[in-house]
Design a protein around this ligand. Structure first.
Ligand SMILES: NC(=O)C1=CN([C@@H]2O[C@H](COP(=O)(O)OP(=O)(O)OC[C@H]3O[C@@H](n4cnc5c(N)ncnc54)[C@H](O)[C@@H]3O)[C@@H](O)[C@H]2O)C=CC1
Ligand SMILES: CC(=O)C(=O)O
Ligand SMILES: [Mg+2]
Length: 631
């Protein structure tokens, strides 16, 4: 009932807003809001006429008050949603600025390496604010050097320090306070076309936990890669923070925190906020793709199931990570000199049963089952290749209150006893007894692959054990490549979520450090979905993306231990992944076309023509012609 009433109110608001946009931008058509007052401020008794709205005001240093705009001002000047929800006094703004400045001074004297990364981020961010074309030109040309600044690991540090780093807002903020307003708020965003949204609720940012509203940094970083790697037009991306509160006690007590200072909404109240957001963005931009990022596991799976058959959306941590891990796992099989089809024989120990770990486990099991005949027996048999360890040790069917998502991977207690293990066995014990081919970490616990665990892995029955220390950022990696190569041996395969340098093994040998990060897939999944016009993102589209990434590596490379490509070729990889996603969408009959390329035309394209189509639709950072001259 409430929904129906709101829906009709929303469509009215939409019609009125559309009229406003298409008519004289200065004159406010009556919406029942005080017309004259919305253009005036009352500083010093002399009203100032503001002939601007929305982002134009925030980007105008003369009128901008940033987080100090009151809620009334935000409503009347179309600013609602364009700023973090906490209204600050000018004294608080100055305090925040000074705290940040002082912190940098202290760091500059002591000179830790983090400061350099943050300083680089600030310089790049200022360029981003000033000149987008130049920013992306710099980023694309130097992606290997600057991806670690705009993305993991530095983006983690940026989110942790966002209160101090915040200058100009970027993206939109929908808060629990905006319930009932979102359908109207989406029209405060100036772009009529939005292709990609990356949304987070800030509840699990990388391996850093609940960072509340400051998590917007990760959505911005991911979208930087969408532009740099996938060539999505930067005018058509939208980072979004849904602020439903925070359970981070430090932020709840911080007077300078930019978000809602209340505990997170939960249950139906939480769902109602996310539902309203989804309805609002898909109403204004029906063709948008929404990437869910860094939602705590509890909600990551539920939201994915809730929306994946209705909206064009995916969860990067669950689905993007799974694809990247599969590509790496298949690479690790090939690196042993064995065919990919031997994958179902691999014994895999996974540390971490959250959104990422379970996502990887589900996909790895399905991939094995497909290779074994794609039937019930194959699926059952594939399940016995995994041992899952979480914060409470090895997961078995004896586990009390087991998370339903982890349940399919709980080992049978009898079988586990036969292997000399028990419910809750430690990671060292599991590695000692199982002697796995692969040890994969998505636990967010830095150093979890301790000396003892790595020593135990020396007993692996594999000719080339593989270690995936996938947690981010750098400090949260389960081990470093130096530790892995020095303890387990020169012959291992190593991948980490955040970038590390290759290891010099002496005698001219290099221990290759691969970056196993979902950045190799999410840009291509988004671009492929956009250009195919698929209404949903199917499992097979995701599988096609993963297989494409796996096939990208040559035999020679994998035998050298290089199982992921260099980030310097990310634009090319993304083009290939997007083409594979489009091809799969066409085959499944999901592709509805994009702009001039309708579904029928798409079906006629050869593989090479699909690649060409993708390439031609990738934005490049060239200045547009703004003035035409006849001579
Ligand atoms: N490389 C990549 O592309 C990606 C990496 N990640 C990383 O994966 C990590 C985990 O992400 P989520 O699964 O979403 O987090 P989560 O918080 O949902 O899950 C963490 C899991 O680790 C387990 N865990 C905690 N302490 C442990 C211990 N001592 N031993 C074994 N397991 C332990 C927890 O019980 C839980 O099951 C994060 O650091 C994130 O940055 C996530 C997505 C992509
Ligand atoms: C890479 C990524 O998505 C994460 O660490 O959450
Ligand atoms: Mg993530």
């Amino acid at each position: 009932m409430y929904y129906q009433i709101r829906a009709s109110a929303w469509s009215l608001i939409r019609r009125v807003k559309q009229r406003r946009v298409s008519s004289n931008p200065v004159v406010w058509q009556s919406t029942g809001v005080g017309v004259r007052r919305s253009f005036t401020t009352t500083e010093g008794h002399r009203p100032t006429i503001v002939h601007k709205r929305s982002l134009d005001i925030l980007h105008d240093p003369w009128f901008n008050k940033g987080t100090a705009f009151s809620m009334t001002e935000r409503d009347r000047l179309d600013l609602r949603g364009l700023l973090p929800p906490n209204v600050m006094s000018s004294e608080q703004q100055i305090e925040r600025f000074m705290a940040d400045l002082k912190r940098l001074e202290v760091h500059a004297r002591d000179g830790p390496s983090d400061t350099n990364a943050l300083a680089k981020w600030r310089i790049l961010n200022r360029l981003h604010d000033r000149n987008e074309t130049m920013y992306y030109k710099v980023l694309i040309a130097n992606i290997e050097e600057y991806a670690p600044i705009v993305y993991t690991p530095t983006v983690g540090l940026v989110c942790q320090n966002y209160s101090g780093l915040f200058r100009r807002p970027r993206g939109m903020y929908f808060s629990a306070e905006d319930r009932g307003e979102m359908m109207s708020m989406v029209y405060n965003w100036p772009a009529d076309q939005v292709d990609m949204i990356v949304v987070t609720d800030g509840s699990r940012i990388l391996g850093l936990g609940d960072l509340g509203v400051h998590g917007i940094g990760i959505a911005i970083g991911k979208l930087d890669l969408y532009v740099a790697a996938a060539g999505i037009n930067p005018q058509r991306v939208l980072p979004v923070m849904i602020d439903v509160g925070t359970n981070n006690e430090k932020l709840l007590k911080d007077p300078l925190y930019l978000g809602l200072q209340e505990h997170r909404l939960d249950g139906d109240e939480y769902l109602a906020v996310i539902d309203e957001f989804m309805e609002a963005v898909f109403t204004r931009w029906p063709h948008v793709i929404v990437q869910f990022e860094d939602f705590q596991s509890k909600w990551a799976f539920k939201l994915l199931q809730r929306y994946r058959n209705t909206y064009r959306m995916f969860n990067d941590d669950v689905q993007g990570t799974a694809g990247v891990a599969i590509a790496g796992l298949l690479g690790a099989v090939r690196a042993q000199g064995r065919p990919m089809i031997d994958f179902p024989k691999q014994k895999i120990v996974v540390a971490g049963a959250g959104s990422a770990g379970i996502g990887v486990l589900n996909t790895a099991r399905k991939t094995m089952a497909r290779m074994l005949g794609n039937n019930e027996t194959a699926f059952k048999s594939a399940g016995s290749q995994f041992w899952v360890v979480d914060a409470n040790g090895l997961i078995t069917d004896e586990r009390q209150n087991i998370d339903p998502d982890a349940l399919p991977f709980a080992r049978k207690i009898k079988e586990i006893h036969r292997q000399g293990l028990r419910e809750g066995a430690s990671l060292v014990e599991v590695v000692q007894q199982v002697k796995p081919d692969v040890l994969l970490g998505l636990s967010a616990v830095g150093g979890l692959f301790s000396k003892e665990v790595l020593e135990a892995l020396k007993g692996s029955t594999s000719t080339r054990p593989a270690i995936f220390a996938m947690s981010n950022p750098t400090k949260n990696a389960e081990c470093t490549p130096e530790e892995a190569f020095s303890i387990v041996g020169d012959n291992i395969i190593f991948a980490s979520g955040s970038p590390f340098k290759d290891v010099n093994l002496g005698n001219g040998h290099i221990g290759h450090c691969n970056q196993g990060n979902n950045m190799y897939l999410f840009p291509g999944i988004g671009l492929g979905t956009l250009l195919s016009g698929s209404r949903i993102i199917s499992d097979d589209m995701l599988q096609a993306a993963a297989e494409c990434l796996a096939a990208y590596m040559t035999e020679e490379e994998v035998l050298k231990g290089i199982i992921y490509p260099s980030i310097s070729s990310i634009r090319d990889i993304t083009k290939e992944v997007a083409a594979a996603v489009i091809k799969e969408a066409i085959e499944e009959g999901l592709a509805e076309g994009y702009r001039g390329m309708d579904a029928r035309e798409l079906q006629k394209l050869s593989q090479e023509e699909i690649r060409e189509y993708v390439k031609n639709n990738m934005w490049s950072p060239d200045y547009p012609t703004v003035v035409y001259k006849k001579d």
